[in-house]
Design a protein around this ligand. Sequence first.
Ligand code: NAD
Length: 241
Amino acid sequence: MDKKNILITGSSRGIGLEIAKHFASDFNVYITGRGEKRLDELCSKYGFAGYSARDLSLTDGAESLLFALNKDFDILINNAGVYFYNAIENMLPEDIVKSIVLNSLTPYELIRRTVPYMKKQKWGRIINIGSISGVMGEAYASVYSMTKASLIGLTKSLALELAQDNITVNIINPGWVDTELINNENLDENFSKDEILETIPQKRFVSPSEIASACEFLISDKAKTITGQSINICAGLSLGF
Ligand code: NAD
């Protein structure tokens, strides 16, 4: 049987790279990021099927990514995201726009442009990577929380719209995962890793491989009736302190 094509955005490092590695042997994995050289090296190292380097915080990013890859995708994982930690009055307009385009508009556009093929095939899997901040709200991460919450609405609406096309749409909301995203200057200035750990009920970070395993399940046949679900993988963070 032909391998299915899977597109994972933001897969040059962190959670996205771990998901890509997880699927490398059973799928044609296409990775994205911003540095061409790194993506090329990752493709050779892990046997990924292809890559495209581009800035997905530009409004034409999704269109130009799909044009460059020139493939139909059976599975789409919208993972690329950006996090700003700042008081709302100090947020820069360009960072607000960047967050909205990368975290919300690009996933929307990628889904819009990949769904026609999935519909034709009568099979598809879409997974959005949200955040606990979009489920609960996070002080000083207003635009991040806003954009991640928008993905929950998108997931639920599309799960209904595509239910009869054998396309499932789900969102995974990670809690704190120890990646470069949280080694963010703004965040670092305010909290140490130990202080973050103190706020997590299980006193541990979620690992990228735990997110990858959840993706594997959602893509599998065992999960074909799971759609429109917002799944928190957060070491208890969504429960409160
Ligand atoms: P990361 O910063 O380690 O990796 C982000 C990936 O997105 C990289 O491949 C990067 O190249 C890509 N990317 C960033 N900006 C981009 C842009 N403008 N154009 C194209 N690609 C761009 O982050 P991560 O921790 O692996 O996060 C992955 C996803 O998980 C994000 O959507 C993030 O919001 C979400 N998440 C992370 C955490 C956490 O604690 N790390 C928690 C909840 C949700």
